[in-house]
Design a protein around this ligand. Sequence first.
Ligand SMILES: [Zn+2]
Length: 173
Amino acid sequence: MTFNEAPFSINIQFTTPRGFPGQGTFRSDDWDKLLESYLEKERNLVEKGFQVPPLKVFGLKPQKPIEYVEGRVCPKCGSKLVYFEVKGKKNIKCFTSRYDWKTKTTSGCDYIEWSNSMEKPKETEVDFPDMITKAQETLLNKMKTEGTLPDSIDINSLSKNEAKETIQKYKTW
Ligand SMILES: [Zn+2]
């Protein structure tokens, strides 16, 4: 049998155990024999660490569907607003804004609202709504130092409202 006579062939592509691309062709004039021999060779290649080359995918990455901000429009131009993500945080920008990768410039409306959820809320504002605020504490301490606040008042035991009342009662300005 010569190659020219073989009417059947199977062409395979593989990646060698060290990562090189390769390919091989099986030929036979008998399809059943060819298949049998191919499957045997295939098993052999797998055992020796040959791998199927990764599939090449051409074209654009699937785009996320555009998510519009409901019930709001761009305060600058009145277009729709859309969400866009940076590092997992949702920000808002004007729908008309575009970025040109070729010229590295932006076009369209430049309205952007950055998410401020990166900033951790202050503990006193979230967990202890009644707690004296830092500003009140600073002010009361200043008043105590200046002598406008009676020594009997324990700043640390005051609630937010008590601190407010105390400041109003003893302030000299
Ligand atoms: Zn706009």
